[in-house]
Write a protein that binds this ligand. Structure first.
Ligand code: ADP
Length: 286
């Protein structure tokens, strides 16, 4: 069982404090690092990945301060940056061989296993420049796994993927979470709601909340309501009066909103989802 501990991590860019006194403990499983744009996710992820230095605080991997690992720290880490880039004229196989060489991995069988795992084995001799966004993300996962890392870090990995590719990507991540720590940074609640063992809410560089999706949603219990607006006029009146988190148009408007008391006599109480929590907590953050 791998453990990763962040103790009081702080990082500023000039006067801008991006991460403030951030502490958390990770064990094997998937952690959804969820926060609005500018919350500090990439900064924190880059610090954990060892590509950015914090100003203060410490990180312990399996009980050892990572400063003592020096370069061998990277043997334990797999990192998928926000915009993975590949040599466009390399084939998938050549990319994997290149990553294997960089990581001192000599096992060619592992390359084929990983390409099969991400469903790219039949495309192994194709030039990566012609890959779709989803195929590139899957190749990025395969290459981040080349050293069988104890900690896998993903920075907004589903950016630019269509809904089908998102589901496929989430399934891949679920399948590899048993024997490692996976930190999945995103601003899209549905990316992590179903697969994360724990959600970490981050805002303005600080940890806002940590818990299972159910625990995080518990705070809104009894406060999420569904009601119907029959036409545009009713909808715009509700929009003025209520804290609306979603509107579904299916001939009439199905509204979800958050308030302490029933917003109308016909309103029905519904379960809170992570999307509701996100919109409620970060609604002023666009
Ligand atoms: P997120 O990944 O959640 O969008 P970031 O970690 O990218 O957040 O950014 C956190 C804050 O730090 C933001 O206010 C951002 O503008 C600022 N920031 C990020 N990188 C830099 C940088 N290189 N120089 C100055 N400010 C930065």
């Amino acid at each position: 069982m791998a453990t990763l501990e962040l103790n009081g991590i702080t990082k500023a860019y000039g006067k801008k404090i991006a991460i403030q006194n951030f502490s958390a403990r990770f064990e094997n499983g998937i952690y959804g690092l969820l926060g609005p744009n500018g919350a500090g996710k990439s900064t924190l992820i880059n610090i954990i990945a060892g590509v950015l230095k914090s100003d203060s605080g410490s990180i312990f991997l399996n009980g050892n301060d990572i400063r003592r690992f020096k370069n061998s720290y990277y043997d334990h880490i797999g990192f998928m940056p926000q915009h993975p880039s590949f040599y466009a004229n390399f084939t998938a196989m050549e990319i994997m061989k290149y990553m294997a060489a960089l990581n001192n991995v000599k096992d060619n069988k592992r390359i084929c296993e990983l390409l099969s795992f991400v469903n790219l084995i039949s495309e192994k001799d194709r030039i990566v420049g012609g890959f779709s966004g989803g195929m590139k993300q899957r190749l990025a996962i395969a290459s981040a796994l080349i050293n069988n890392p104890e900690v896998l870090i993903l920075d907004e990995p589903t950016a630019g993927l269509d809904p089908k590719e998102r589901v496929r990507f989430r399934n891949i991540i679920s399948q590899i979470s048993n024997d490692r720590i996976i930190i999945f940074a995103t601003h899209i609640a549905s990316d992590v709601e179903l697969i994360a063992d724990k959600i970490i809410l981050i805002d303005s560089g600080e940890l806002v909340d940590i818990g299972t999706a159910m625990e995080i949603c518990e705070g809104l219990k009894g406060k999420v309501w569904q009601l119907i607006a029959e036409n545009n006029r009713e909808l715009s009146e509700y929009k003025k009066a209520l804290n609306i988190t979603s509107v579904i148009n299916n001939g009439r408007y199905e509204i979800k909103c958050i308030c302490d008391n029933p917003p109308s006599p016909d309103a029905i109480q519904v379960a809170a989802g992570l999307d509701d929590v996100f919109l409620y907590r970060f609604s002023d953050k666009g």
